[in-house]
Write a protein of this length. Sequence first.
Length: 218
Amino acid sequence: MCTTPLQYRPTLTEETLDLVAKELSQHGFIVLKSALSAELVRHLLTIAAAHVTQFQPAGIGREKKHHLNNTIRTDKIRWMDPSNITESAYLGEMETLRKAMNKRLFMGLFDYEANFAHYPPGAFYKKHLDAFKGQTNRVLTTVFYLNENWDETDGGDLVVYNLDNQIIRHIKPDAGTLVIFLSDEFPHEVSKVFKDRYSIAGWFRINNSSAYRVDPAS
Ligand SMILES: O=C(O)CCC(=O)C(=O)O
Ligand SMILES: [Fe+2]
């Protein structure tokens, strides 16, 4: 029997990457609908749902400051596995995005870390910033949604604020929607969900290593 290996065609076109660069330089924020192939999105959802019992409670803060705080967030996560062909296809698209932003905007993004997230009914993530100026090497956030047939009444909007704390966007976590924004400029929250919600949150990082301090891998 002959089985062809599973392959995914890259979907981020030069035109899309131009648009992302333009919007990020003008507004620091972009929402792309149907950003990746429907097949890839479906397979990512299947993987997330199949492994959900292994997801771990998510923490806040990094390294020594990392701790669990279930008054701030109650989602569960699993870091992506590059040895899986489907997860690797997603990471490949993000690598295309990384290189494109470095080329067009000279952002100096040197790597990317990403986790699947599961918000069971009742879960939320209160308003937060992913990064504070000068204190982190996370500079560009991505959130990619995997949920089919998401209804307004299912909750779980991504609510985005500006630095004056005014709401600027409500984003429905629809399958295929990719949100990209500057990590230290947009406080955001995930409103309470009423149905299982799956996503992939990721961060492009700059290299803060110096002779005195070596950056940890994650
Ligand atoms: O899932 C979302 O819409 C956002 C998640 C988030 O803010 C985070 O993981 O830092
Ligand atoms: Fe966040």
